[in-house]
Design a protein. Structure first.
Length: 341
């Protein structure tokens, strides 16, 4: 038998010791009565008490708890198969997590603005699959294509600048890896959202990667993060709590948005370029892509019949009986208002 809520069985660790303790208490009371009083007095005190009835009460009480706990565990019946049709677009989001994304030219930082924007973006999706590729000097599939937006938001919350072992910005390699992932896993309607400050400094040329995306009919929407004035990259705080910044040859590094290639990538693939000065860029992307041809995906779901009702019903019945049963001998009971001969 399979159950939908197996952790409910942990209640046995509470119920069984409790019932054992109560049974032990009754046993001690009966035993102490026979020890502290002589046989005649003890017999008179316990004359009307029936050990059989007490045992029956506790047996029924224990059985009722077993049945109720089993009902709480939700015993399943036969499986029921059903198909759910999902329609939407496959979206791969490539997020720059290099150290430059910690710059504070966007408040509180470039990365925090992007994380909030991504969560607002997923909140607007319905039926679309979304995945995530993080990149810096290397790239990593942070989340495969999924309809589980809650899980995706948890992954988004975990992003931070410098999270990959190799720093830098290999923009072309990130595009190439995203293309390969989408060709392998995505449906007909697929797009890529590329989020970066645009400072590609290693690996494959981004334009060459964009041409490969065009050949696979993948549109790339690019999002430039940062300002033209740029911002310094924080590296930590000193013993007095003051922030110190990344330096190069004795001077503090200032990272600026370089969107020249981002505009070219978007134009080449039929997408659009957006610049993040606020969170509206993500809303605009969703508005632009909602008219694209949708994929039709069928997802098989298996549910089970819920068979807890009878277990719960019999558990309640046995509980009521256990409370109604007297501890006295049944031969000592007289029906009210009826005189015996």
């Amino acid at each position: 038998m399979h159950f939908g809520n197996e952790p409910a069985f942990r209640l046995y660790f509470i119920v069984v010791p409790l019932l054992a303790y109560l049974y032990w208490r009754v046993y001690k009371i009966v035993r102490n009565t026979s020890v502290f009083f002589d046989k005649k007095t003890g017999a008179k005190m316990l004359y009307a008490v029936s050990p059989v009835m007490i045992a029956a009460k506790y047996a029924l009480l224990f059985l009722s708890f077993v049945l109720i706990i089993t009902a709480l565990a939700r015993p399943w019946g036969k499986p029921i198969k059903s198909e759910v049709e999902l329609s939407g677009i496959d979206i791969m989001v490539a997020v720059d997590v290099s150290s430059s994304m910690a710059a504070g030219d966007l408040k509180p930082s470039r990365m925090e603005v992007i994380k909030q924007g991504l969560k607002d973006f997923t909140a607007s999706l319905a039926g679309d699959r979304i995945g995530m590729m993080t990149f810096a000097g290397t790239n990593f599939v942070q989340c495969p294509l999924t309809n589980d937006y809650d899980a995706y938001d948890l992954i988004t919350d975990s992003l931070y600048p410098g999270m990959l072992f190799k720093d830098g910005t290999a923009l072309g390699e990130a595009i190439k890896a995203s293309i390969e992932r989408m060709v392998e896993k995505a449906g007909k309607s697929k797009i890529m959202v590329l989020i970066t400050d645009g400072e590609s400094n290693m690996g494959m040329a981004p334009i060459e990667a964009a041409k490969a995306a065009k050949e696979q009919d993948i549109r790339i929407y690019t999002i430039g993060v940062g300002t033209e004035q740029g911002g310094k990259i924080p590296e930590g705080t000193d013993m007095f709590g003051r922030v110190y910044y990344k330096t190069y040859e004795g001077a503090e590094v200032v990272t600026k948005l370089d969107d020249r290639e981002l505009r070219e990538i978007a134009g080449l693939t039929g997408g659009k370029y957006y610049r993040v000065t606020d969170l509206n860029a993500f809303k605009s992307i969703k508005d632009d892509i909602r008219y694209m041809e949708e994929n039709k995906n069928k997802k098989e779901e298996i549910k089970h019949e819920e068979n807890y009702t009878l277990w719960l019903l019999w558990g309640i019945i046995f509980f009521v009986i256990s409370q109604a049963l007297p501890a006295r001998k049944l031969t000592d009971y007289k029906v009210p208002f009826i005189k015996g001969k």
